[in-house]
Design a protein around this ligand. Structure first.
Ligand SMILES: Nc1ncnc2c1ncn2[C@@H]1O[C@H](COP(=O)(O)OP(=O)(O)O)[C@@H](O)[C@H]1O
Ligand SMILES: [Mg+2]
Length: 365
C-alpha cells in the first residue's frame, strides 16, 4: 500500500503538523502523526519577515532553517511510525507562508521551507510550491483544501460546510446535490487577530481556551467598525492573510475606540471571526458545519459559533473520522498524491483559476 506524508504550517506560525497516511477510495488511514512547535526565536523572525521586515539574506536563511525543521519533522514522523521508507511515495510540503498577495500586477504567494532539503534528508520525493501554478492560471492560489474536502467529506444526503479555523478562516461548501458546484474561500480572520492582540497585550502567543476573551464583553461599536472592512463584502473568489489582518489592522481601528479594555477587544475579535465566518457561509436547512484547525480547541469560540448558527448543527471533523488538527496536513498528503498521479489539485470554481491544474513542483528522491 502506498503511503503519503503531509507537512503543514499555516498562517498562525505556531509550528509544523505532519501525518503519514494512505488513501483508499474515500477512506483515509492515518498511520502516524507528529507535531512540532516552532522555537520562539524562529517564530519572531518569521513574524518580522511576514511583515516585510527582512532582507533577502534573512529570507534565504529562513528558507533553509524552516526547510531543515520540516525535514526533521518528516524524519521523526517516519521513525515514530517504523514505516518502510520505500512504501512512502511522496511528501507534500506546504511550507511556511511568508506573504500572500493574490491581487495586483505583481501578485504572488511566497512559501518558504526549501523542499530540496526535505528530499535530501528523507530520501523521499517531495512536492512543494503548491500555490503558484493556480495563481499563474489566474487563480487566488488559495484555498487549496476544498478539492480534498469535497472528495473525502462530500455526502449525498447532507449539505456540508467545512470550516477551517487556522490563522485565517476558510470554508468549503459541499452541497449534497452533485450538480451544484462546491464553493470555498477565506472568510477573514480566525485566530490571526486574536493571537496578535494576545501576544501584544499579554506576551502569550495565543489565548488558551479563550480564557482571556471570556473575561471580556463585546464592544458593539468597535465590532461594527471592524465589520465595515471591505474584505467581508467582497464576493469570492477571495483569499487573504496576515499581511492584511494583523496587529496594525487592530491598532488602526482602536484609534477611534481608545477606551475599550484589552480583554473586551479580545472578546470582540472573537465575535468578529464568528460573525464573518457564519454570515458569508452559504446556508441550507439541512446543512451541518464541521470544524477543523486549532480554533476547534477553543471552547468559547465553538460555543459562540454554535449559537450564531443555531439551529444548524456545528460538529468537529472528528465526526467524519479525521481529527481537526490533521485535516490540513492530510490534505497536503493527498495533494502530493494528485500531483504524482498527474491529477489536478485545485478547484477552479473556488480559486478562480482558468481551469483545473496539476499543482506543485516535484523534487525527486
Ligand atoms: N487550546 C486552544 N485554545 C485556544 N486557541 C487554540 C488552542 N489550540 C490552538 N489554538 C489556536 O489555533 C491556532 C493554530 O491553529 P492551526 O490550525 O495550526 O492554524 P494554522 O493553520 O494557521 O497554523 C493557534 O495559533 C491558536 O490561536
Ligand atoms: Mg498551525
Amino acid at each position: 500500500m502506498d503511503t503519503w506524508i503531509g507537512l503543514m504550517s499555516g498562517t498562525s506560525m505556531d509550528g509544523i503538523d505532519a501525518v503519514l497516511v494512505s488513501f483508499q477510495g474515500k477512506a483515509i488511514h492515518t498511520y502516524e502523526t507528529h507535531s512540532s512547535p516552532y522555537p520562539e526565536d524562529l517564530r519572531k523572525r518569521l513574524a518580522l519577515a511576514s511583515q516585510n521586515q527582512a532582507s533577502p539574506d534573512e529570507v534565504g536563511e529562513l528558507d533553509t532553517l524552516v526547510g531543515t525543521l520540516f525535514a526533521d519533522v518528516a524524519e521523526n514522523l517516519i521513525r515514530k511510525s517504523s514505516a518502510d521508507r520505500s512504501s512512502i511515495r511522496a511528501i507534500g510540503s506546504h511550507g511556511q507562508t511568508l506573504r500572500h498577495q493574490p491581487s495586483g500586477p505583481g501578485r504572488f504567494s511566497l512559501q518558504i521551507g526549501n523542499p530540496s532539503i526535505i528530499a535530501e534528508r528523507t530520501g523521499v520525493t517531495t512536492i512543494g510550491d503548491f500555490r503558484s501554478r493556480d495563481m499563474a492560471a489566474g487563480g487566488q492560489g488559495a484555498p487549496l483544501v476544498p478539492a480534498f474536502h469535497q472528495h473525502f467529506f462530500g455526502s449525498e444526503t447532507e449539505d456540508r460546510c467545512i470550516l477551517n479555523l487556522g490563522g485565517i478562516a476558510n470554508i468549503t461548501w459541499i452541497p449534497s446535490d452533485p450538480n451544484t458546484l462546491v464553493t470555498g474561500f477565506d472568510t477573514g480572520p480566525a485566530n490571526a487577530l486574536m493571537d496578535a492582540w494576545c501576544q501584544d497585550q499579554t506576551g502569550r502567543s495565543y489565548d488558551e481556551d479563550g480564557q482571556w476573551a471570556n473575561e471580556g464583553i463585546i464592544d458593539q461599536s468597535l465590532l461594527s467598525d471592524m465589520l465595515s472592512d471591505a474584505y467581508f463584502e467582497r464576493p469570492p473568489p477571495k483569499s487573504t492573510g496576515k499581511e492584511k489582518f494583523n496587529l496594525e489592522w487592530i491598532k488602526t481601528l482602536l484609534k477611534r475606540h481608545e477606551t475599550v479594555r484589552p480583554e473586551d477587544v479580545q472578546r470582540t475579535l472573537m465575535q468578529l471571526s464568528v460573525i464573518t465566518a457564519t454570515r458569508q457561509m452559504p446556508q441550507s436547512p439541512a446543512m451541518v458545519v464541521y470544524v477543523c484547525g486549532g480554533g476547534a480547541r477553543n471552547q468559547p469560540f465553538m460555543r459562540e459559533l454554535s449559537q450564531a448558527l443555531s439551529p444548524i448543527r456545528v460538529l468537529s471533523t472528528a465526526e467524519l473520522g479525521l481529527d481537526p488538527q490533521w485535516v490540513e496536513p492530510t490534505a497536503f498528503a493527498w495533494l502530493a498524491r494528485q500531483t504524482m498521479n498527474r491529477k489536478p489539485g485545485n478547484l477552479a470554481e473556488v480559486t478562480g483559476a482558468k481551469g483545473p491544474r496539476i499543482l506543485g513542483a516535484i523534487y525527486p528522491a
